[in-house]
Write a protein that binds this ligand. Structure first.
Ligand SMILES: Nc1ncnc2c1ncn2[C@@H]1O[C@H](COP(=O)(O)OP(=O)(O)OP(=O)(O)O)[C@@H](O)[C@H]1O
Ligand SMILES: [Mg+2]
Length: 252
């Protein structure tokens, strides 16, 4: 089993100030799911439902308060930093903010590479090729690219570690329909060619249904539903799924 999450809880604490006492906010409540290798998962839910928080927990970027999380049968807390970076990579919601604006893409990608130095150039070139970019981009700076190009560079950077799991947080947001399709094709290619397990986070239920095997629906920090796409597709009675689907079509 690739991922096993049991009864995960996460609380955010807001700092005390002159006017307020410290407040606690339960952002994730009793999240349980498991995912087999080779299955693509989409995490969907309204804004603020806890999707990015769950993704950060799955990438061990933030701790959780209680529960259990295993990747390949091993507790996430017992991974070393290096093991973690080779196991899970997350592509952030806003790829612009995740690049240092003062560094060229070449320098950023070199810093992310942690394999044999002799292979560095070839590996970087291969990953850029996989996402449809050429090495002439390496001397440029992040602001010199479009949103879609930056998304591709962020994917290439994540792939430099050959992670087993790639978590993409809203990879299609803020892209036009044509670029969305292109980015989607890149993920499908990565899944096939690199055998990477992909977790998508998206508001777009229709896209999630198209690309994934399993769907985890979060509502107010709780699991509203965890099921296979085929079951969700067959079942037209789930009021919340229908509500989300209707919202997707309305925004198109
Ligand atoms: N560091 C933090 N400290 C306190 N509260 C936070 C923190 N990060 C997020 N939250 C709150 O936790 C809730 C869930 O946030 P999260 O970013 O996980 O939602 P999301 O489902 O990814 O939303 P979106 O679709 O808008 O990206 C929100 O109410 C948010 O305001
Ligand atoms: Mg988010």
């Amino acid at each position: 089993m690739l991922i096993k999450a049991e009864h995960i809880y996460k609380i955010y604490k807001t700092n005390a100030s002159f006017f307020h006492r410290e407040k606690e906010f339960n952002v994730l409540n009793d999240i349980s799911f498991s995912l087999d290798c080779g299955n693509t998962l989409s995490i969907i839910g309204e804004s603020g439902s806890g999707k990015t928080t769950l993704a950060k927990i799955l990438s061990a970027l933030i701790p959780f308060d209680s529960g259990m999380l295993e990747i390949n049968g091993k507790k996430i807390q017992s991974f070393t930093r290096r093991e973690l970076s080779q196991t899970v990579q997350m592509i952030f919601q806003n790829p612009y903010a995740s690049f240092n604006p003062k560094l060229t893409i070449g320098v950023s990608l070199s810093q992310a590479f942690d394999g044999n130095e002799d292979n560095k150039e070839t590996v970087i070139k291969d990953k850029l090729f996989l996402v449809g970019l050429e090495k002439n981009i390496l001397d440029k700076y992040p602001h010199q690219f479009s949103g879609g190009q930056r998304q591709r560079i962020a994917i290439a950077r994540a792939l430099l570690k050959n992670p087993e799991i790639l978590i993409a947080d809203e990879p299609f947001a803020s892209l036009d329909a044509v670029s969305q399709t292109k980015i989607m094709d890149i993920f499908l290619k990565i899944k096939k060619e690199e055998k990477t397990n992909i977790i998508f986070i998206t508001h777009d239920v229709a896209a999630a249904m198209e690309i994934s095997d399993k769907i985890l629906i979060l509502k107010d920090g709780c699991v509203a539903r965890y099921d296979s796409v085929s079951n969700i597709d067959k079942d037209k009675t789930d009021a919340y799924v229908n509500e989300l689907l209707a919202a997707t079509y309305m925004t198109e």
